[in-house]
Design a protein around this ligand. Structure first.
Ligand SMILES: NC(=O)C1=CN([C@@H]2O[C@H](COP(=O)(O)OP(=O)(O)OC[C@H]3O[C@@H](n4cnc5c(N)ncnc54)[C@H](OP(=O)(O)O)[C@@H]3O)[C@@H](O)[C@H]2O)C=CC1
Ligand SMILES: CC(=O)[C@@H](O)[C@H](O)COP(=O)(O)O
Ligand SMILES: [Mn+2]
Length: 403
């Protein structure tokens, strides 16, 4: 297993307080990151914030942190935002994919937090890696789509990726002090989601409201549904393979309903090193933003005596077929994960809109993978084309009731 080039040794151009650009500041990760910044003003300041549609929240964040740059989805949102900003504060408002990409490569930014949801976050995150930035990566879909491009961008530019996703952050922390020594297994923990104990029959009829109710984490809608299908863990297997140069059979999943152990690294001698903590994303976000310094987070301390019992069980591939779909997609070749991700994004939205059932999510993905034949992904353009085609085909299949 090999770290992505530069992963373990981010280089900061300027010592002292770090300037942060947050793409996706209005989301769950973005708002947690701003809580970390607010508690660590001597170490961190905000140079840029980007949302997409929630201009009221972006304006409130801007009023508090006064970044020089704000990013929004389109011109209409830029107009909506302008009138919400306080008098006398005149940030530059950057618009659309071009604007997000400019923010991801800002010379003034020491750290880029990629916290947009889904494939929409790929282009700016990759641009940050190509520009040699220290990239704090929450947007796992970007790695699922283009892991090879990130690896080669980091090698060429000297960019470093600090993993925000709690499991990959846990692995990163369990690697500390072992650089250069071979780990032999990565064990990702999974909560099992809200339907962990439901029967196959009960899972057929679950509603979006039930699926959104994650037992341990407060997160955005898309990742909450991914946790309920366990596609989140499937995406995380692919993420781990790309981040740490592991092979697919070196990455295992164990269900751990309490979400206190965030993942484990197994070494040659059989030792397993784990990272434990309260299930709150401020901890892994803070670890990345302050790295290698540990910042003040100030959450309730983990009290194992109070928690009492930590349990572990094997995942059930029958009730949660998405786990194996992700494994099969990764082993099938570089274009299958693109199809997997696009079909999943469309299926999750369709489930949230009440257009397909919960088991329909896995069925649609399986169908789209089954129809796909391996294609070489030469560059970003190929990935974006296949992503767009799969979205169209998935919507057509839903429209025709084929799922
Ligand atoms: N939440 C969590 O605890 C964790 C999340 N992650 C990953 O982090 C990423 C973000 O997740 P989360 O914060 O939960 O998601 P949210 O849905 O809460 O937030 C998504 C963010 O992306 C913005 N956004 C939405 N659509 C677009 C678009 N088309 N273009 C640009 N920006 C867009 C949203 O803006 P707006 O709201 O203004 O429209 C918002 O700022 C995901 O990839 C997720 O898998 C990983 C580990 C844990
Ligand atoms: C907080 C985080 O990293 C999420 O990815 C979380 O792990 C989701 O929970 P599941 O373990 O249920 O997928
Ligand atoms: Mn995770």
């Amino acid at each position: 297993m090999k770290y992505i080039s530069g992963l373990s040794s981010p280089v900061f151009d300027r010592p002292g307080q770090r300037s942060l650009a947050i793409l996706g500041s209005t989301g769950s990760i973005g708002t947690s990151a701003l809580k970390v910044v607010a508690k660590n003003r001597d170490d961190l300041n905000v140079v840029a914030l980007a949302g997409a549609r929630n201009m009221e929240l972006l304006a409130r964040q801007a009023e508090i942190f006064r970044p020089k740059y704000l990013g929004v989805l389109n011109e209409e949102k830029a107009d909506e935002l302008s009138v919400l900003l306080p008098a006398g504060y005149n940030p530059r408002i950057l618009v659309g994919q071009e604007g997000y990409t400019a923010m991801a490569t800002l010379p003034e930014a020491d750290l880029i937090l990629a916290a947009q949801v889904g494939a929409a976050g790929l282009v700016p995150a990759l641009a940050a890696a190509e520009a040699g930035k220290v990239l704090c990566l929450a947007n796992k879909e970007a790695l699922v789509l283009a892991g090879d491009l990130f690896r080669s961008a980091c090698r060429t530019s000297g960019a470093a990726i600090l993993p925000v996703d709690s499991e990959h952050n846990a692995l990163f922390q369990a690697f500390a002090g072992h650089e250069g020594r071979q780990a032999c297994r990565l064990i990702l923990t999974a909560s099992g989601g809200p339907f962990r104990t439901r029967s196959l029959q009960e899972i057929q009829a679950v509603t979006p409201a039930q699926a959104l109710r994650h037992p341990n984490w407060s997160m955005g809608a898309k990742i909450s549904i991914d946790s309920a299908t366990m596609m989140n863990k499937g995406l995380e297997i692919i993420e781990a393979v790309h981040l740490y140069g592991a092979s697919l059979d070196e990455v295992d999943v164990v269900v751990h309903p309490q979400s206190i152990v965030h993942s484990l690294v197994e070494y040659e001698d059989g030792s397993q090193l784990a990272h434990l903590g309260m299930p709150d994303m401020e901890i892994p976000i803070g670890y990345c933003l302050g790295y290698p310094k540990r910042l003040h987070i100030g959450l309730e301390r983990l009290d194992l005596a109070r928690i009492g019992t930590l349990t572990f069980e094997a995942p059930d591939p029958l009730r949660f077929p998405c786990l194996n779909l992700a494994r099969e997609a990764l082993s099938a070749g570089p274009s299958h994960p693109v199809v997997l991700n696009a079909a999943n994004e469309i299926a999750v939205q369709a489930f949230l809109d009440g257009r397909i059932s919960f088991p329909g999510i896995a069925r649609l993905i399986e169908m789209m993978l089954g129809k796909h034949s391996l294609t070489l992904m030469h560059d970003l353009g190929d990935i974006l084309d296949l992503d767009a085609q799969t979205r169209t085909r998935s919507e057509e299949a839903i429209g025709k009731g084929e799922w």
